[in-house]
Design a protein around this ligand. Structure first.
Ligand code: ZN
Length: 181
């Protein structure tokens, strides 16, 4: 059974630390960590989580995109663990859109991200994969990948005027429903 882990917040050292490469994906602690991360992400209504957010500075991210209260337009995909991910290439095109983070509750910001990224990663069985993520999933990946380098989404904003509080964000997206912001 997977366990709910505490999500560490901005201000804790682990959120600003650089994650170490996972040497043995078959290690029972790594496999348990992955199960717990998926469980914790879902329980928190997140669409992704990175290991440093649960106080493990290891290069593992989960992408678990599905529509939720926090992200009503997210595509549905099976929760995927990406171990030791690398960005091989990316689009020139950059899109600015809203993000939030389980480690910075109550804050939303418009963040510029590549619209497409080509990613190399190892899965939880030790197999290597190359995938191309686009749009929302590309955004989620880049957000989680940043966590492995001790970066959070507000580090990426163009202006502090692009940062808003959750309550006002709900008002803003209500106003611009259906439009790309
Ligand atoms: Zn985050």
């Amino acid at each position: 059974m997977a366990n709910l882990r505490e999500i560490y917040q901005l201000g804790s050292d682990v959120i600003r630390s650089v994650a170490a490469k996972v040497e043995d994906v078959h290690d029972v602690e790594i496999q348990t960590l992955i199960d717990d991360m998926i469980f914790t992400c879902k329980a928190s209504k997140g669409v992704g989580i990175a290991a440093p957010q649960v106080n493990c500075a290891q290069a593992i991210v989960i992408i678990a995109s599905e529509p939720s209260e926090r992200y009503p337009n997210a595509p549905t995909m099976e929760p995927t663990a990406l171990i030791n991910p690398k960005i091989l290439s990316h689009s020139h095109k950059i899109i600015k859109d809203w993000e939030g983070c389980l480690s910075l509750p109550g804050i939303r910001a418009q963040v510029p991200r590549y619209s497409e990224v080509e990613v190399l990663y190892t899965d939880r069985d030790g197999e290597e994969h190359t995938v191309i993520y686009s749009d929302f999933v590309a955004r989620v990946f880049q957000h989680e990948f940043d966590h492995l380098m001790g970066k959070v989404f507000i580090d990426r904003v163009e202006s502090t005027y692009d940062v808003v509080m959750e309550k006002e964000y709900q008002r803003i997206i209500g106003k611009t429903k259906g439009e790309k912001v």
